[in-house]
Design a protein around this ligand. Sequence first.
Ligand SMILES: Cc1cc2nc3c(=O)[nH]c(=O)nc-3n(C[C@H](O)[C@H](O)[C@H](O)COP(=O)(O)OP(=O)(O)OC[C@H]3O[C@@H](n4cnc5c(N)ncnc54)[C@H](O)[C@@H]3O)c2cc1C
Length: 248
Amino acid sequence: MKIAVCISHVPDTAAKIVIGQNGKEIDPNGVTYIINPYDEFALEEALKTKEKVGGEVTVISIGTDSNKETIRKALAVGADNGILVKSNSDRDSLGVAKAIADEIKSLGSELVFFGKQSVDYDSSVVGQLTAELLGFNCVSVVVDFKIDGNRIIAEREIEGGREVVETSLPAVITAQKGLNEPRYASLKGIMAAKKKTIEEKTATDYHNSVEILSMKKPAMKQAGRILGTDKSVVPELVRLLREEAKVI
Ligand SMILES: Cc1cc2nc3c(=O)[nH]c(=O)nc-3n(C[C@H](O)[C@H](O)[C@H](O)COP(=O)(O)OP(=O)(O)OC[C@H]3O[C@@H](n4cnc5c(N)ncnc54)[C@H](O)[C@@H]3O)c2cc1C
């Protein structure tokens, strides 16, 4: 089976983010980039599926040359092929989905794994948009995945529980934390990845329908206040909670 995994190249969640001078994007200087954490679950599920049903796993990333570093990490973990689709500008979610859908069509993949969310822009829509563009079935926020021939049984995380659903190929699956335990790259895998080629393509032109006007960091939290350590401060605490914080 031709299985695809879509991987977003995102700032390390521990990175100190600085907004760039134009106020519309982050300043990439000094920022370490990693595989989007949810995409690690997607990659692991793709590899497990290949081990079960056979075939090959292709990793696709839309972005710039710097995405190659992330694609290479996925190849080291076990993906067979990598494709970088270059775009001359930062695309909105639909633009990313269109570039992915074009690639899936030419690859002929019938099972496509995504993360449930990219931890940079957090839109949680690229998988669903791609499914719609391709006419594929789609199951999102998946925490358990089973495939038997053409039939897929998946468990989704919902508020306070789990939902079990059935669908069939061709399908898009978006992975939630807990779907599996992602494997690490072995030394052998890292060496093998150096020999694998990353195919480079150019995305067809696209004009964003959603434009970023500005980006800002959350307001700094005010310092806490200690009123005292005995019960005599309770009336003042209650007054402040009522009149200043307005929470009671
Ligand atoms: C040319 C270009 C340059 C970019 N430069 C930057 C940058 O400098 N800094 C920055 O923070 N972001 C950059 N991005 C955006 C980033 O790579 C993602 O495309 C974006 O984060 C998608 O956000 P989203 O919230 O819509 O994704 P979501 O809808 O939250 O993503 C859901 C899932 O879709 C898949 N997915 C999302 N984006 C991609 C992708 N690009 N390729 C493959 N699969 C994907 C993943 O599986 C992900 O888990 C750039 C994008 C492009 C095309």
